[in-house]
Design a binder for this molecule. Structure first.
Ligand code: ADP
Ligand code: MG
Length: 924
């Protein structure tokens, strides 16, 4: 009984959260027809007509340049009763009743009648600031980071929490941080200060005057409209670049102090002025559009070449956060003098906003944008190109029923306004030109450097060759001169020797011939005689020897000369090669110069293309403004649109539409693969689709077989987004109704993942899902010890401190399941030990809630007590903790007869309890 009853609390049951608003948003991107854009021509002011019909589907921001329809999303937030209301309204019920899971709000007309309104999100008084940020502003911030404009605005009576929702700094308690602070945190986390630029302006609009909250002297800022594009800006406002969160907080503090000072001076209060924070995000799109450089060249010489001239792309988007003046002043203008003026001008701005929204909601041909400064400033936010999210704040007090009703109606009308969300992307031609100039300078410098290197090298080779030639010639000359001198010397020496020898022989022969004649004859004889005398023959031999030496010397000199000649030849060849190299280098230089000329021509061409492109861009923009649509995320959109369609059928026509058909058509694997998508939006939608499928018993086995359970557990482990964790826990809770799946969940560490999720959760609905999942696991006999060992019971008990009745009911169900299994195991003859629930300290909580006024909690606890009391081992603890009294009460008063009887039987069969009752003389 216990496990079956959970279905109503599960994700897929009647009260479960449906596929969220974001699903709608994706839906119309690919296959839904843009409802208004194709048909209606935008009025000149940029405000557009809305589509008709109750809840037009909006659309995701398109990736292309053309806009896609995106309806203004509206959430309603209820403020908790304050101290005054707790006293003054103590005897009255709240004038509204919220049904967050149906996204509905009931406004009581009187005791019998109420009106029901649907919103994109309904945020109860328990909704955390984190959840409010996630459903209201986070999708807008994500769009900003992708390059779309966005607006987040709060509307409502003074004191209902507009500033609380948007502007809280959360200094003393970080959980209280409002939308402005959280938005900047996300923006800074996703951007890099080196390449992206985040800047902020902070303004106040009071009595049709715009004041700069960052520069007190600047108190009458003009709104400027671009005549070409119609874009509105406030160039006179101070813009401060933001590089980190602390400087942003400092700036908000400064703005707030300035707002206070300005309002004191003007003798007013901030609830009468509109505060406007503008965050400008400028992002460079990196990668494919950058200039590509390649290096190539002969002989390994690198030559830089620019191969692509696509200009870089920048995305310039703007987030506008508007804290409006209190809406009650629209109707109350009975004041006089200054107050009257003020009331009129507040009336002017707010009522002009109301009129514009009415005109847009009703497709009126004229939208009175120019009637006030507020509507001029918000031109892009309603009917323009921005993604807009509105939170309307209301209080619970029946005394302000009229204000609350008019706030709700404002929100309802705003839901009919459709924007054409457009990517704010443009080519950054200026930066391309700058970069090309730098590249060109680099190329020219490189070219000059190489040329100088070549020239130096040529000069060096030439000088080297020249010095070698000079050296060789000098060596040649020296050695020739040496040889010549040596031969001359040798020759002289030989003549001298011969003369001496001849003299000696003359003296010894005593010849009487005239001496001179004889001398001559002898010498001739010595030189030419065929038959020489012995001494002459010696001399001859000597002379021959000398001649022989001389010949050898001459030969070696000749060899040396040949060698030197060869060397000269070699150097000449080297010189010729050097000259060829010089010619080649000259050619290369010429090529470089040609390339430089070509580059310069290409730059000139680009500049003219730039001119041409900007003309074309203007034309395209104008033609887009006349109408057009874009397609986005075709794959996912078709999938999600099917999910959405089946969802709508489910809502509309009583019998449940076959959502199972969804994964027959789309393929379960494909849906499961989207759980790991890079895109957080896609993950959120995918987990919601899986949760819806898991609610059908028929799908559960297929989901587990396809690995869906493992993927869901992974989401609990890894996802930082609480919505994803909440929905995943709900899906796991549904899967945990089946015994096989329960074992699988335990085997994959499910208990510790669920405990971890509970510890991090801020939203009671997350805790409800986790408690539901553990409660189902508690109903499995085989898993008792393990579940307790891994901290399952402690995790359940830990969740009771949240106090939400839905969570407590799931905890009570888990405890009842656990106690029932323990008593079943005992009746099957297993060894009976003291209950693990008692060991883990559950008894005091059980006793305290045994008479809880919420009947689901009470019933489960009553059953748990009966099961625990069936075993004597538990009896002493039950007596000491006061559980006996509760059992007696149940056996007497419980309105369910079966439980009453069970309590009675249990009491009667326990000797220990019997003895105690007798001791106390209690009848039962
Ligand atoms: P508004 O800006 O609409 O005039 P405030 O944001 O100043 O209203 O809120 C009025 C009071 O109500 C403040 O004291 C604020 O702290 C409190 N308050 C508003 N919303 C909440 C909320 N959701 N939870 C708790 N207190 C709130
Ligand atoms: Mg305020």
């Amino acid at each position: 009984m216990a496990s079956g009853s959970y279905r109503n609390g599960g994700i897929g049951g009647g009260a479960a959260p449906r596929l969220s608003a974001k699903l709608d948003r994706q839906n119309s991107g690919a296959n839904a027809t843009p409802r208004s854009s194709a048909k209606s021509k935008p009025p000149a002011g940029g405000f557009r007509r809305s589509s008709s019909g109750p809840l037009p589907s909006s659309s995701a921001a398109g990736k292309g340049d053309s806009g896609v329809p995106g309806r203004v999303r509206v959430a309603v937030r209820l403020r908790p009763r304050n101290a005054e209301e707790l006293v003054a309204d103590a005897d009255f019920g709240d004038c509204v009743e919220l049904q967050p899971e149906m996204k509905r709000l009931k406004l009581r007309k009187n005791n019998w009648e109420s009106e029901t309104y649907e919103f994109d999100e309904v945020l109860t008084e328990f909704a955390s600031q984190k959840r409010v940020y996630e459903v209201v502003a986070k999708p807008v911030v994500e769009s900003i980071l992708e390059g779309y404009n966005g607006t987040v605005m709060a509307y409502g009576q003074t004191g209902t929490g507009k500033t609380f929702t948007l502007g809280r700094l959360g200094e003393e308690d970080t959980a209280a941080r409002g939308i402005m602070v959280r938005a900047m945190e996300d923006i800074l986390a996703d951007t890099s200060p080196d390449v992206d630029c985040i800047s902020v302006s902070y303004l106040q609009l009071y009595m049709e005057t715009i004041q700069d909250l960052l520069d007190p002297g600047n108190d009458n800022i003009a709104i400027v409209e671009d005549p070409k594009t119609g874009d509105v800006s406030v160039p006179g406002a101070t813009i401060v670049e933001i590089r980190d969160q602390s400087s942003f907080l400092e700036l908000l503090r400064l703005g707030e102090a300035q707002r206070f000072a300005a309002n004191t001076k003007l003798n007013t209060e901030s609830s009468r002025s509109h505060a406007i924070l503008m965050v400008h995000v400028r992002r460079a799109i990196k990668g494919k559009h950058d200039i590509e450089l390649s290096f190539s060249g002969e002989n390994g010489h690198a030559t830089p070449m620019v191969t692509s001239f696509r200009p870089p792309i920048v995305r310039k988007s703007k987030l506008v956060v508007v804290d409006l003046a209190g809406s009650e002043r629209i109707d109350k203008s009975g004041s006089e003098g200054h107050m009257l003026e003020e009331a009129k001008s507040i009336n002017l701005s707010l009522s002009a906003l109301g009129k514009c929204i009415n005109a847009l909601a009703e497709n009126s041909p004229h939208v009175p944008v120019r009637d006030s400064k507020l509507t001029r400033l918000l031109k892009d936010s309603f009917g323009g190109t921005a993604r807009t999210s509105l939170v309307v704040t209301i209080g619970p007090s029946p005394r302000h029923r009229g204000e609350t009703a008019s706030t709700i109606m404002f929100g309802q009308r705003a839901m009919k306004v459709e924007n054409m969300v457009k990517l704010k992307e443009e080519f950054d031609y200026k930066s391309l030109c700058r970069r090309l100039d730098i590249e060109l300078d680099k190329l020219i410098t490189e070219n000059e450097r190489q040329r100088k290197v070549f020239e130096d090298e040529v000069e060096r080779i030439r000088a080297e060759a020249q010095s070698c030639i000079t050296e060789a010639e000098r060596n040649y000359r020296n050695s020739l001169e040496n040889e010549r001198l040596k031969y001359q010397q040798d020759y002289m020496d030989s003549i001298k020797k011969l003369e001496e020898k001849w003299m000696v022989s003359q003296q010894s022969n005593g010849n009487d011939k005239p001496r001179s004649e004889h001398n001559c004859q002898c010498l001739e004889k010595a030189c030419s005689d065929e038959v020489p005398s012995a001494s002459a023959s010696d001399e001859l031999t000597e002379v021959r020897k000398l001649l022989q030496n001389e010949k050898i010397l001459r030969e070696s000199t000749e060899d040396e000369v040949i060698d030197l000649k060869n060397q000269v030849l070699h150097w000449k060849k080297l010189e010729a090669a050097g000259n060829a190299e010089i010619i080649k280098l000259h050619k290369m230089l010429e090529n470089e110069a040609n390339q430089k000329d070509k580059l310069e021509e290409e730059i000139a061409g680009l500049k003219s293309q730039l001119l041409q492109l900007s003309v074309e861009a203007d034309e395209t923009r104008r033609s887009l403004d006349r109408g057009g649509s874009g397609k986005i995320f075709p794959g996912l959109d078709s999938l999600l649109s099917q999910a959405k369609n089946s969802q709508l059928r489910e809502q509309g026509n009583g019998p449940k539409a076959p959502i199972a058909k969804l994964f027959e058509q789309v393929g379960l694997q494909k849906i499961l693969s989207l759980l790991e998508s890079e895109d957080a939006d896609v993950r959120v939608h995918a987990v919601k689709v899986v949760a819806n499928l898991a609610a059908e018993e028929a799908n559960q086995e297929k989901i587990v077989e396809a690995g869906g359970l493992t993927s869901l557990l992974m989401l609990l482990r890894n996802s930082e987004d609480e919505t994803i964790r909440r929905v995943a826990a709900g899906a796991i809770a549904n899967l945990a109704m089946n015994e096989t799946n329960q074992e699988l969940i335990m085997a994959q560490g499910g208990i510790s993942l669920l405990s971890m999720t509970a510890a991090d959760a801020e939203d009671p609905q997350t805790l409800r899902m986790v408690a539901g999942a553990i409660a189902n696991l508690c109903g499995n006999d085989k898993l008792q010890a393990r579940l307790r060992g891994e901290g399952g019971i402690k995790a359940l008990l830990g969740m009771v401190k949240c106090g939400h009745p839905d969570v407590l009911a799931q905890v009570a169900r888990g405890i009842a399941n656990f106690a029932k299994c323990e008593s079943r195991s005992a009746t099957q003859g297993h060894k009976v030990q003291k209950s693990l629930l008692i060991d883990d300290g559950a008894l005091p909580w059980i006793v305290k809630n045994a008479n809880n006024e919420a009947s689901p909690i009470r019933r489960h606890i009553e059953l748990a007590l009966c099961h625990l009391a069936q075993h004597e081992v538990n009896a002493d603890d039950m007596i000491s903790e006061g559980a006996l009294w509760e059992l007696v009460r149940i056996s007497r008063d419980c309105s369910r007869e079966d439980i009453r009887m069970l309590a009675y039987r249990t009491l009667s069969s326990s000797p220990t309890l019997q003895a105690e009752l007798r001791r106390l003389r209690i009848e039962y």
